[in-house]
Design a binder for this molecule. Structure first.
Ligand SMILES: C[S@@+](CC[C@H](N)C(=O)[O-])C[C@H]1O[C@@H](n2cnc3c(N)ncnc32)[C@H](O)[C@@H]1O
Length: 304
């Protein structure tokens, strides 16, 4: 047993937990506590842990519990809900529970559809009011690979044809740490494994330890910020997008939170805008507001 002066002990008398725990003690979560935890996580993020994800939740929370020197899932839940610094702790919680898998050029047919069909169509559509500007949102952008891929393909294939076109790309995520990584724009081999050689050569600078940094011209096109897709107030601030990519995040929500998020995405789009979701995701049973449009090897959802 290792005695720890805990991090939690610094945050006020009600939370003066000075537990003596083993660093590696494996905690068990009861069915009741699992229900309480998943309700809380759902309420604050829309993420819903299915019954078969109990083990995953346990192992994700256990790391944070060890760090804080707490000794049970119940105490950590109380800590997250009630300690005076709960907003800061929520940030840590989101870091612990989200899955941030992503890479450059993850869904190439979507980027092909964007440059070959969607952008030319939008820039010719009389219903698109501002023809000088294109606004694109990578919602749940994780560490930024999707947002930067969009900036790269537009720079390579659209901007030479439409000189003077302004491109604004926003990447958002609930996880503070990945948003910071996105701003840094430095990636390991894993992230760039699917990147075509031309793009690797033109849009990255080799850095130490086999990492690659996105060039400043591309970084300048993308702004990253924290945004919880399940937060109504924050979502209402997101407006006037021509295209939204919201890929591989709806899978973590349940039907109710999917519906709510997709309705916000619909409202955030310009009248003729497009939504892309992940390769294995569908809006079937979630929204009837969009028209499904087929492109080579992918589909998009058009607001009409
Ligand atoms: C698997 S990654 C997908 C990244 C990228 N869109 C892609 O397709 O490669 C899922 C991301 O969704 C984010 N996420 C989960 N719940 C969220 C929420 N309620 N609001 C915003 N982002 C969320 C996670 O932090 C994670 O970075």
């Amino acid at each position: 047993m290792i005695s720890q002066q805990t991090a939690a002990s610094n945050v006020g008398s009600k939370f003066n937990f000075n537990f003596s725990i083993s660093d590696n003690k494996k905690l068990q979560m009861s069915a009741k506590t699992f229900d309480e935890w998943r309700k809380y996580i759902y309420d604050v993020s829309g993420i819903y842990f299915q019954d078969n994800k109990k083990y995953l939740l346990e192992s994700r929370l256990q790391k944070r519990i060890n760090y804080l020197g707490l000794d049970s899932f119940e105490k950590y839940l109380e800590y997250v809900k009630f300690n005076p610094q709960r907003e800061a702790e929520k940030k840590q919680l989101f870091e612990a529970i989200t899955i941030n898998e992503t890479y450059f050029f993850r869904n190439q047919p979507q980027f092909d559809a964007l440059v070959q069909h969607i952008v030319p169509e939008l820039l010719n559509d009389p219903r698109k009011l501002n023809k000088k500007k294109l606004r694109i949102w990578s919602a749940a952008s994780s560490s930024g690979e999707e947002a930067y891929t969009i900036a790269m393909v537009l720079t390579e294939l659209i901007l030479p044809k439409y000189p003077g076109l302004q491109v604004e790309i926003i990447g958002t995520d609930i996880n503070y740490a990945v948003v910071e990584n996105a701003k840094r724009g430095i990636y390991k081999e894993y992230s760039i494994r699917n990147t075509p050689p031309l793009y690797l050569k033109k849009y990255f600078i080799p850095r130490e330890n086999n990492t690659m940094e996105v060039i400043p011209e591309i970084k300048k096109m993308v702004k990253f910020k924290i945004l919880n897709l399940y937060d109504d107030a924050g979502m209402r601030m997101m407006n006037n997008f021509d295209v939204i990519f919201c890929a591989n995040v709806l899978i973590y929500f349940n039907l109710e939170s999917k519906k709510k998020v997709v309705e916000h995405l619909y409202n955030a789009l310009n009248p003729v805008g497009y939504l892309f979701i992940g390769y294995s995701e569908s809006l079937h049973g979630i929204s009837k507001a969009f028209r499904l449009v087929s492109f080579p090897k992918t589909i998009g959802y058009k607001k009409e």
